[in-house]
Design a protein. Structure first.
Length: 307
C-alpha cells in the first residue's frame, strides 16, 4: 500500500468514524465537544507518564481516554442540573481540566520533555511509518485502529438508532416512551471522546475536530432526513480527505490543514447553495415575496371611474 493511499485511507476512516456521531452532536447543539475533549486530555497525558514512566502511544492514549470520558461525564452532569446550558457547561469543564494538566506538567514534569505533538496531537503525514507486524504481515496502525473504531461506531449507531433519533429531536417525548435522554447523551459523548482520542495520534486534534463537526454542519443544511445527513457527512468527509491531500501535494502545504480547508469550503458551498436553507435560496425567496407584495398593493392612481 502506497504512502498516499495510507494517508487518504486513514483520513477517510477518521471522517467516517466522526460522521457517524457528528450529526447527533450538531442536532443536540454540543458541537464544541470535540474541541473540549482535545484540551481536557492533557492531565491524562501527564498522569500516564507519571504512572508508567513512558511516552509510548498506548499508555498516552489510555490516559487521555480516561480524562476525555471524565470531561464528557462532567459536562453532562452539569447540563443535567438544569442550571447550566450546554455551551456554558463545556466552557466550564474543559478549561479546568486543561489548567489541571498545565499545573501537573509544571509540578511533576517540568524537567521532562513531553512532546504533545508526537504523543497525542499527531501528524497524518507520519501515518505510513507507524506500523506493526501481525503473523508476518506489516500493517499500518492507524488504518487498523480507525477501522475498528468505525466498526464500533457503526454498531453503536445501528443498535441505538431509534433512541438517538428520538432523544435528539424530542427529549420530552423520549421520556414518555421510557427512553432516557441522559443515558443516551452520555453514551454518545463517551463514544465521541473515545473516537477523538483514538484519532488524535493518527491525524491531529485540529483535523479530528474539523471532521467531527464541519461535514455534519454542511449536511444539516442539505437535508431534513437523519439517514441522509449521516450519509452526506460521510461523503463530505471522504471528499475532504481526497481533495485535501491532492491540494496539499499541489501547493506543498500541510495535509491536515488542506483537508480542513476543503471541509470548510464544502460547508461554505452548502451555506450558499443549499436548495432550501442556503443564503442564495433565501435571497430568491425574499425577492419573490417582495415582488408578490408589490403586485398585491393597490394602484397609486386608484380605481378607474365607472363608465
Amino acid at each position: 500500500m502506497s504512502d498516499a493511499m495510507v494517508i487518504v485511507l486513514t483520513a477517510g476512516l477518521v471522517a467516517t468514524a466522526c460522521a457517524l456521531l457528528g450529526p447527533f452532536l450538531v442536532l443536540r447543539r454540543v458541537a464544541l465537544m470535540g474541541d473540549a475533549v482535545s484540551h481536557a486530555v492533557l492531565p491524562g497525558i501527564v498522569a500516564a507518564f507519571l504512572i508508567f514512566q513512558t511516552r509510548a502511544p498506548l499508555y498516552v492514549v489510555l490516559g487521555a481516554a480516561v480524562f476525555a470520558v471524565i470531561c464528557v461525564l462532567a459536562i453532562e452532569a452539569l447540563r443535567a442540573t438544569g442550571l447550566v446550558a450546554s455551551d456554558a457547561a463545556i466552557g466550564l469543564v474543559f478549561p479546568a481540566l486543561f489548567a489541571l494538566g498545565v499545573l501537573g506538567i509544571h509540578r511533576y514534569a517540568d524537567d521532562i520533555h513531553l512532546d504533545l505533538d508526537s504523543t497525542i496531537y499527531g501528524e497524518i503525514a507520519f501515518a505510513p511509518f507507524r506500523t506493526f507486524e501481525l503473523l508476518g504481515t506489516e500493517l499500518v496502525r492507524s488504518v487498523i485502529v480507525m477501522g475498528i473504531v468505525c466498526a464500533i461506531n457503526l454498531l453503536f449507531a445501528t443498535l441505538f438508532w431509534k433512541e438517538l433519533k428520538v432523544t435528539s429531536f424530542d427529549p420530552e417525548f423520549a421520556r414518555t416512551i421510557r427512553v432516557s435522554p441522559r443515558l443516551l447523551s452520555r453514551l454518545l459523548l463517551i463514544a465521541v471522546a473515545v473516537t477523538a482520542v483514538t484519532a488524535f495520534e493518527s491525524v491531529g486534534a485540529i483535523l479530528v475536530v474539523t471532521l467531527l463537526i464541519v461535514p455534519a454542519a454542511a449536511a444539516y443544511l442539505l437535508t431534513d432526513r437523519l439517514v441522509a445527513m449521516v450519509l452526506i457527512s460521510v461523503a463530505l468527509g471522504w471528499v475532504s480527505a481526497v481533495a485535501g491531500y491532492w491540494g496539499a501535494l499541489r501547493v506543498d502545504a500541510s495535509i491536515a490543514g488542506s483537508m480542513g480547508l476543503v471541509a470548510a469550503g464544502l460547508f461554505a458551498v452548502a451555506l450558499l447553495a443549499s436548495p432550501r436553507y442556503g443564503l442564495l435560496a433565501r435571497a430568491v425567496r425574499r425577492s419573490r415575496r417582495r415582488r408578490a407584495a408589490v403586485r398585491a398593493l393597490p394602484s397609486p392612481e386608484g380605481p378607474e371611474p365607472a363608465a
